[in-house]
Ligand binder design. Structure first.
Ligand SMILES: Nc1ncnc2c1ncn2[C@@H]1O[C@H](COP(=O)(O)OP(=O)(O)OP(=O)(O)O)[C@@H](O)[C@H]1O
Ligand SMILES: O=P(O)(O)OC[C@H]1O[C@H](OP(=O)(O)OP(=O)(O)O)[C@H](O)[C@@H]1O
Length: 297
């Protein structure tokens, strides 16, 4: 069945079917109010409230489907996009799935610099990026590198201990997997995080595509900011507004207390403690912080 021709009335959105990106990707769909029910083992779910079909695919395959215009939108890691070498738009960093693709060697071995690995055997699930990295290191085109790059699909960290690699190129987040395998990192090939990716030739309704992007942007903003509300004496207004300039500008309202105003502004969630302390020091009172459950910006 050719999905693209079968679901012509729906925008096709590719979502990682399992693994590290699955849960956060699904929570972004929920936050965007794209409702769906995914039957067990079914990799297609039709949204029940929007003309969208969610296609659950391996994270590594999503760039290809979006790149070829078979899906209009997708969520996957930048590492997968670069590894696939496809031409897609990357409209939004989704701020999760952050990790580094790193060159790793046995901790008590002879290698301390990536240059020492030229001509050796490297194992990775990211063979394209690994070859590109060594081509640059060797100063030759990719098809002329002397370093041998072999593919394995998972548990890459076992390769050195099993005697099939001098070094590996694999993802590192906490470093736990690397340390447990007796490896250390000696170079970074790429820093990555999950992104919204978009076809350059979308088949779906472009207005709907914009609506979905705007909803996801709203989810991201709601996660980044909280709403800060307080009262301030007019005399301290210039000082407190410097502390809470807002995303665009703060809202200042009259209140029934002469010489005082109410201020409302979006503030960075991570700074909320310091911001509240600073406002208090500058004379603000009744300072409250509220969660933003959703927004459009
Ligand atoms: N430890 C990690 N921390 C953060 N993000 C990660 C981590 N490992 C992988 N990722 C991100 O998630 C993407 C998918 O990795 P994952 O290991 O889940 O792949 P998968 O093969 O689809 O799933 P599985 O390993 O269950 O088969 C990676 O390309 C990367 O962008
Ligand atoms: O630095 P850490 O926090 O330990 O994370 C890194 C590990 O996470 C990923 O593998 P995953 O556990 O998804 O399984 P995989 O090896 O089957 O891909 C990655 O390939 C590393 O092995």
């Amino acid at each position: 069945m050719d999905l693209v021709n079968h679901l012509t009335d729906r925008l096709l959105f590719a979502i990682p079917k399992k693994g590290r990106l699955y849960e956060k990707a699904v929570s972004i769909l929920k936050g965007s109010d794209i409702r769906f029910h995914r039957s067990q083992r079914l990799d297609i779910a039709l949204s029940t409230n929007m003309p969208v079909a969610l296609i659950f695919l391996p994270a590594a395959d999503i760039p290809m489907f979006v790149g070829e215009g078979k899906c209009d939108l997708g969520i996957t890691g930048v590492d997968q996009v670069k590894e696939s070498q496809v031409d897609v738009l990357l409209p939004m960093d989704l701020q999760f799935g952050s990790c580094k693709l790193q060159v790793q060697v046995p901790e008590n071995g002879p290698y301390t610099k990536p240059e020492q690995l030229i001509g050796k055997t490297i194992v990775s699930s990211f063979t394209t990026l690994t070859k590109q990295y060594f081509a640059e290191l060797e100063g030759v085109p990719v098809d002329q590198i002397s370093t041998k790059v072999r593919f394995v699909g998972g548990s890459v960290e076992a390769s050195c201990a099993l005697g099939i690699a001098d070094a590996i190129v694999d993802l590192v987040e906490s470093g736990e997997t690397m340390r447990a395998a007796g490896l250390i990192d000696i170079a970074t090939v790429l820093e990555t995080s999950a992104h919204l990716i978009e076809s350059k030739n979308p088949k779906g309704d472009t207005e709907l595509l914009q609506t979905i992007k705007s909803r996801i942007e709203g989810v991201m903003t709601a996660a980044k900011y909280v709403s800060c509300n307080y009262n301030a004496p007019l005399s301290s207004l210039p000082d407190v507004l410097k502390i809470t300039p807002g995303r665009r500008a703060p809202t200042i309202s009259q209140i029934d207390d002469e010489g005082w105003v109410a201020v409302s502004a979006m503030i960075d969630r991570k700074q909320k403690g310091t911001i509240m302390d600073d406002l208090k020091k500058k004379g603000a009172a009744d300072i409250m912080v509220f969660e933003i459950s959703n927004c459009r910006v």
